[in-house]
Design a protein around this ligand. Sequence first.
Ligand SMILES: O=P(O)(O)OC[C@H]1O[C@H](OP(=O)(O)OP(=O)(O)O)[C@H](O)[C@@H]1O
Ligand SMILES: Nc1nc2[nH]cnc2c(=O)[nH]1
Length: 186
Amino acid sequence: MSEISFSDPRELLEQSDLIAGRDEIGQALDRMAVEINAHYGDSDIILLAVMTGAILPATWIATRLNMPLRMDFVHATRYSGQTQGGELDFRVPPRLNLQDQHVLVVDDIYDVGLTLELIERYCLARGARSVNSAVLVRKQHGRETAGELPRFIGMDVDDRYVFGCGMDVHEHWRHLTELRALEEGE
Ligand SMILES: O=P(O)(O)OC[C@H]1O[C@H](OP(=O)(O)OP(=O)(O)O)[C@H](O)[C@@H]1O
Ligand SMILES: Nc1nc2[nH]cnc2c(=O)[nH]1
């Protein structure tokens, strides 16, 4: 995917297609929450949001969960506002002690999986009792992926650069409640 040039963020929106509307996103979140509630029952968990992309999905999921829950975040990025991924840049570690805790890592998207794999490993190294991941979106492609698939997945999307629902395109449009994809070739 080539990098795009734009002078106004509105151009990015104009050069995109709707992938999933607000209702479809809500239904995906509902399904995930049913699975997560069933999996953990009444066990305490730490919901660890991967900033910045998880800012909306983590909030949306947390409000649908029933167990005692503490929220924390890590700030890690592999894309830094670009559409091509690089090394993981771990900027802020978790604030809470993960020792003996059930940790649910929540992210917006699973692409090649490197971000989640590294964060899951980090949590285990910090003594977490269990670590699972939940993502709103899993991108389908033939590229090699790292680690295991997230246990909880909201929806699958084609291999296109998507944004909205926390996900950015050059740091814009994270706040959309719908999911959009850049036009092919952008
Ligand atoms: O499966 P991967 O190929 O590792 O990609 C997934 C990661 O990419 C995005 O983060 P990004 O680095 O763009 O940072 P952001 O959350 O600040 O947007 C997204 O939020 C995931 O964390
Ligand atoms: N915003 C965004 N971030 C990603 N990180 C990995 N894939 C994507 C994607 O399609 N969109």
